[in-house]
Design a protein around this ligand. Sequence first.
Ligand SMILES: O=P(O)(O)OC[C@H]1O[C@H](OP(=O)(O)OP(=O)(O)O)[C@H](O)[C@@H]1O
Ligand SMILES: [Mg+2]
Length: 165
Amino acid sequence: MSLPDKAFPVSWDQFHRDARALAWRVAGMQREWRAMVAITRGGLVPAAIICRELGIRMIETVCIASYHDYEEQGELKVLKDVDPRLLEDGGDGILVIDDLTDTGKTAAVVRAMMPKAHFATVYAKPKGRPLIDTFVTEVSQDTWIYFPWDMGLTYQEPITKGHRG
Ligand SMILES: O=P(O)(O)OC[C@H]1O[C@H](OP(=O)(O)OP(=O)(O)O)[C@H](O)[C@@H]1O
Ligand SMILES: [Mg+2]
């Protein structure tokens, strides 16, 4: 798997702040939400934070598996659909949450199910941005976002290698 050179590592603290910032933006719309739909698996983490802030208790998932590398995203497979009751009125009043949009392909698959739903992601890259209604931070297309649940503490080389103090 080839990853872009630019890295955007996100700590748990930062992710919590950014997800809360997304909740503030959505709250500013002053809408009543019928339900939240989290796009698994990455969307489950911001969904837990945002549903708490917005008082949403009806939480659904759409389960999607994708096999992608940085440049190319393979086939997207819908493993579990949304409850048909939430698809009424084109998904109007549904808040769809994901951690990020990159190429926009995941969001496009879910948009096709619920064209009138409101799509919100914590982070967005330029290609995916047109598919999303609300997001917090945009990063360039050639940046890889490292989420806290994918990372652990590891030794870091000194900026100047060979430095002995
Ligand atoms: O805009 P796209 O190019 O479609 O990419 C964005 C999607 O990629 C990641 O999920 P991934 O498919 O890696 O699965 P995961 O959420 O289960 O980790 C991320 O959580 C988004 O759902
Ligand atoms: Mg995902």
